[in-house]
Design a protein around this ligand. Structure first.
Ligand code: AMP
Length: 568
């Protein structure tokens, strides 16, 4: 039997193609969504889904969620003494979904269509396939989540070149994709997002909002901070869901039979969440900009992910797009239903073809830095991103750092992959030390350049301009047994990228042209050129090829217009 599976960061779901329609299969608790959570005990006992989430409050160290973010990396998690890879954890969720299908139909599924984010790279896709194999499922096809959502919303019946916007706000991630059908092939034209924005952040806002009313309450006395926070999080999620259908709801914490509560109104919550809602705009703009599609030509805006059920999010979208989004398919179910439609097509001998967007860096890469706060206290272990997640690869970026101590003799950079500000929460990839000349603090400059390509090879260069000293390190995936020759070839390819955009020929030429024009005019025209030049220089400093290309085009256009008005 072939099933369709949405293997999500927060929740997963499984669906079947039956009697010509996709149908979700409920789990043992009768629910269509199974939390992507795993908990283990010493004796080898394991819990998946809702039961694992429940265990989170009492055994946080033995329980894990959001492991999808680790897929394709060499990191592991140790729960109750057992070390597991992200594939193992995902496989446990997949196995539990397969159990549910077997319980519901009497037949054990052997094959699956599994969905993955559009931005997943080859390694992450391979890891997902491996998770399927570990769970005893032959992965017939991996399809992009936005493609699956589009299928569920009836994209296959739409005409060619009618782009959709898929707005997917889940528990911990936010993805915007522009999807289109072209010559019978589904194309994800662009995808953007924020992997640190989701329902969880709205929970945190709500918890912070009620905290002053609840702290001090007798029920909370003597309760450890970890336990209190875990309970607050659960209560916040419950309350937030209630606020999706009602104007007010009670935020209640129950601890050992005692409870503490306070009333929350939709209005107060929406006000507190305004900052998060504003963050939803940027990825939408970036995705549209990347594929040069304007809002008016979108044939539909479809909602995916549980957190799009919040009225505050829907209102913001209606304002943003000037029309109501399409929520005819249950946002939590769309991806799994789409996977089942693909399964249906495959079993009928067809199957939709899709192409993927260009590769992007799946995680942020950076180094640790230190800083002094306003009280002079030293904080180290702060993450300084160099290549941000979702940056199209191959890419090369340079950041400048300065010494922090007087007469410091060396600088050590630890290299991390991840999104947390505290580097200890990220994955350490390596460490590089360079000697520096002893000088007063802040006087020695050290440049760190990261160069990264689709194959996952990270080339790190550290340079001390004052002495001309350089150090280099190449980081390859632990599970990637590439030959030295392959590595050398990849590095040769990357070498070409190691130029600051300021020094690239196109940009140098444009800068020179704009500067000449600036010198040739006075008054208003000169101001306009000056302004555009500043914008372009700002874009160069971001080292983001897309922003640079946009700014260069804009400046070029302006200069062309000015030239066209020339009296000669
Ligand atoms: P997903 O990752 O797509 O499964 O989405 C999970 C997120 O959706 C969690 O943050 C849930 O709190 C949120 N969610 C689910 N149902 C609702 C609802 N009715 N109202 C508000 N948020 C919801």
């Amino acid at each position: 039997m072939l099933v369709g599976i949405d293997l999500g960061t927060t929740n997963s779901a499984v669906a079947l193609w039956k009697d010509g329609v996709p149908q979700l299969v409920p789990n043992a608790l009768g629910r269509e969504l199974t939390p992507s959570a795993v908990s283990l005990a010493k004796g080898g006992q394991s819990w998946v889904g809702e039961a694992a989430v429940d265990r989170m409050a009492t055994h946080p160290a033995d329980t894990v969620t959001s492991f999808k973010r680790m897929m394709g990396t060499a990191s592991t998690v140790t729960l109750a003494g057992t070390t597991l890879t992200p594939e193992d954890l995902s496989a446990m969720v997949l196995r539990s979904l397969a159990d549910d299908v077997e319980a519901a139909t009497g037949e054990r599924p052997t094959e699956a269509v599994i969905t993955v984010p559009a931005y997943f790279n080859e390694r992450q896709r391979r890891a997902t396939r491996r998770a399927g194999e570990i769970a005893g499922l032959e992965v017939k096809r991996l399809i992009n989540e936005p493609t699956a959502a589009a299928l569920a919303f009836g994209l296959a019946d739409k005409g060619d070149r009618e782009p959709f916007l898929v707005f997917d706000l889940g528990g911990g991630t936010f993805d915007v994709s522009i999807v289109e059908m072209f010559d019978g092939i589904v194309e994800v034209r662009a995808s953007a997002g924020d992997n640190r924005l989701g329902g969880d952040d709205f929970d945190a806002v709500l918890a912070r909002m009620v905290e002053p009313q609840l702290l001090g309450h007798a029920a909370l006395e003597g309760v450890s901070v970890t336990r209190r926070d875990a309970l607050m999080k659960l209560a916040a999620e419950r309350t937030r869901r209630a606020l999706s259908t009602s104007e007010k709801a009670e935020f209640v914490l129950t601890i050992d039979g005692k409870s503490a509560g306070t009333m929350v109104t939709t209005e107060a919550f929406e006000e507190a969440a305004a900052g998060l809602v504003r963050k939803l705009r940027d990825p939408v703009i970036r995705a549209l900009r990347d594929c040069h599609i304007d809002v008016k030509s979108l044939s539909d805006i479809v909602l995916v992910g549980g957190a799009t059920r919040m009225p505050v999010v829907r209102k913001a979208l209606t304002r943003m797009f000037g029309r109501f989004p399409n929520s005819t398919v249950h946002p939590d179910h769309a991806v799994a239903l789409g996977a089942a439609i693909q399964a249906g097509l495959l079993s009928g001998g067809e199957g939709l073809e899709e192409i993927r967007i260009t590769d992007v860096a799946p995680f942020t890469l950076g180094v640790n830095t230190a800083t002094r706060d306003a009280h002079g206290v030293f904080h180290d272990d702060i993450f300084a991103p160099i290549i941000e997640r979702n940056t199209p690869v191959p890419v090369s970026r340079m950041e400048r750092f300065f010494t922090l101590g007087d007469n410091q003799r060396q600088v050590t950079f630890a290299i991390y992959q991840g999104e947390a500000r505290d580097v200890k929460k990220n994955v350490k990839l390596g460490e590089l030390t360079v000697p520096v000349p002893p000088r007063p603090a802040g006087e020695v400059q050290v440049d760190v350049r990261f160069t990264y390509d689709t194959s996952g090879l990270l080339d790190v260069d550290v340079a001390v301009p004052a002495t001309g000293l350089t150090r280099n390190m190449v980081i390859v995936d632990e599970d990637d047994r590439r030959s030295q020759k392959d590595i050398a070839e990849s590095r040769k390819r990357l070498e070409k990228l190691k130029v600051h955009p300021r020094e690239e020929a196109d940009n140098v030429a444009m800068l020179a042209r704009a500067e000449r024009a600036y010198e040739g005019f006075t008054g208003h025209v000169r101001d306009v050129i000056g302004h555009a030049l500043t914008q372009f220089q700002g874009a160069l400093e971001t080292q983001d090829p897309r922003l640079i290309a946009d700014a260069r085009d804009a400046l070029g256009q302006l200069l062309d217009e000015i030239d066209a008005q020339s009296p000669l």
